[in-house]
Ligand binder design. Structure first.
Ligand code: FAD
Length: 327
C-alpha cells in the first residue's frame, strides 16, 4: 500500500517522482524496462536530440554538458544518474497489466504481483504503441517502424521506402541515402525549419502555449510558420546535396516496389493498463493522473525540458490528498 504508484520510469515518471519524494510522499515507480532510460533505450543508434544539453533539463538538476546535440546514450546516463541522485524508488522490470479502482483506492496488477495506492500516475509514454496508418493494398517486402529501426546496416544496397514528413522520417531517410536507394514519402511537401532553429524555439513555443492554457486563454497553437523538421547536420547535408527529396504519398501499398518500407508515422499514448479508467482523456475517478504524452496532456509534456510543470502539478494534487506539500 503506497500513497502514490507511478507507472513508467522514463523522464515523465522520474520528474513526477522527484517532486513526490521531496515532499515526503510514499511513492514507488514501476517500470517494465531492465534498466533506466525509458524510450531513449530504444531509439536508433545514430539518433540525437534536436536541442543541446542546456535546453534539456529535468527539474532540480541540469543535464550534464555535451558538445553539440547529445545522443540517446547521454540522456540515458542522465536519467540513470537522476534516479540515483534523488533516490527515486524504481522497481524493474515490472510490467503493469491492469489497474483497477475499488471506490477508495487503486489496485495495480503486474502478473502475479500487485500493489495498492491512493494515487496512480500513468507515465507510460508512447514508445510501446507505434502508430501505422491504414492503407489499402499489400506490400510484399519487409515492414519496419521508426520504433524498431536498427540503423542502416540491414539496408545496405537495398531499395527503401520511408514514410513520414516529420523529424524521424527526415533523419532516417537522410541516413539511409548513404547506403540505399531511398524514396521518401510525405503527405505534404516537407516543411524545413530555418537552419539556425533547433528544439529551443519549439520548447519556448510550448511554454507559451502551456502558460496561455494555464491562464484559461485559447491555445495559440504550434507555430505553423516555423516548419516541422529541424535541420540537423546530417539531414541538412542530405537535403542540400539533393539526396533527400520527398515524393507525394502513395494511395495503395501495392504501388511500393521497394525491398523495405519504414513507417515514421509516430506513436499513440501507451495507456492500456488504465484506458478503461479514462473518459476520453479525463480520469473517471479521483487520484488518477497522466503525465507526459505530448498534446494529449499539454504542450511540451513529452519533452525533457517541458515535462517539469506537468509533473509538478500532478505531484501537487497527489501530495494534497495525503496532507503533504510540494514546493
Ligand atoms: P518514456 O520515455 O516512453 O517512458 C515511459 C516508461 O514507461 C518506459 O520505460 C516504458 O517502457 C514504461 N512503460 C510503458 N508501459 C508500461 C507498463 N504497462 N508497465 C510498466 N512500465 C511501462 N524530447 C526532447 O526533449 N528533445 C529531443 O530532442 C527529442 N527528440 C526525440 C526524438 C525522437 C525520435 C523521439 C521518438 C522522441 C524525441 N523526444 C525528444 C521526445 C521525448 O523526450 C520522448 O518521447 C520521451 O521518451 C517521453 O518520455 P516519457 O517518460 O513520457 O515516456
Amino acid at each position: 500500500m503506497h500513497e502514490a504508484v507511478i507507472i513508467g520510469g522514463g523522464q515523465a515518471g522520474l520528474a513526477t517522482a522527484y517532486y513526490l519524494v521531496r515532499a515526503g510522499v510514499d511513492t514507488v515507480v514501476l517500470d517494465d524496462q531492465d534498466s533506466p532510460g525509458g524510450a531513449w533505450r530504444h531509439v536508433w543508434p545514430s539518433m540525437t536530440l534536436f536541442s543541446t544539453a542546456e535546453f534539456s533539463n529535468l527539474p532540480g538538476w541540469p543535464m550534464p554538458t555535451f558538445e553539440g546535440f547529445p545522443p540517446a546514450a547521454h540522456v540515458i546516463d542522465y536519467l540513470a544518474a537522476y534516479e540515483q541522485r534523488y533516490r527515486i524508488p524504481v522497481k524493474r522490470p515490472v510490467t503493469v497489466d491492469r489497474v483497477e479502482y475499488d471506490g477508495a483506492q487503486y489496485l495495480i496488477h503486474a502478473g502475479d504481483r500487485s500493489w495498492s495506492a491512493v494515487n496512480v500516475i500513468a507515465a507510460t509514454g508512447n514508445h510501446s504503441a507505434p502508430f501505422v496508418p491504414a492503407y489499402p493494398g499489400t506490400f510484399r517486402g519487409t515492414q519496419w517502424h521508426s520504433a524498431n529501426y536498427p540503423g542502416p546496416a540491414p539496408f545496405q544496397g537495398a531499395t527503401v521506402a520511408v514514410v513520414g514528413g516529420a523529424n524521424s522520417g527526415a533523419q532516417i531517410a537522410a541516413e539511409l541515402t548513404r547506403v540505399a536507394e531511398v524514396t521518401w514519402y510525405t503527405r505534404r511537401p516537407p516543411r524545413w525549419m530555418p537552419d539556425d532553429v533547433d528544439g529551443r524555439v519549439l520548447f519556448r513555443r510550448n511554454r507559451l502555449r502551456a502558460l496561455a492554457l494555464g491562464r484559461g486563454e485559447p491555445d495559440p497553437g504550434a507555430d505553423s510558420e516555423l516548419g516541422d523538421i529541424v535541420a540537423l547536420p546530417e539531414v541538412r547535408a542530405a537535403r542540400d546535396s539533393g539526396r533527400l527529396q520527398a515524393r507525394a504519398m502513395f494511395s495503395s501499398l501495392g504501388e511500393i516496389t521497394a525491398d523495405h518500407l519504414i513507417w515514421c508515422t509516430g506513436f499513440r499514448p501507451a495507456l492500456k493498463p488504465v484506458r478503461h479508467l479514462l473518459d476520453g482523456r479525463e480520469p473517471k475517478h479521483p487520484g488518477l493522473h497522466l503525465v507526459g504524452y505530448g498534446d494529449w496532456v499539454g504542450p511540451g509534456s513529452a519533452t525533457i525540458t517541458g515535462v517539469g510543470p506537468y509533473a509538478k502539478q500532478a505531484a501537487r494534487d497527489v501530495a494534497g490528498t495525503v496532507g503533504k506539500t510540494v514546493k
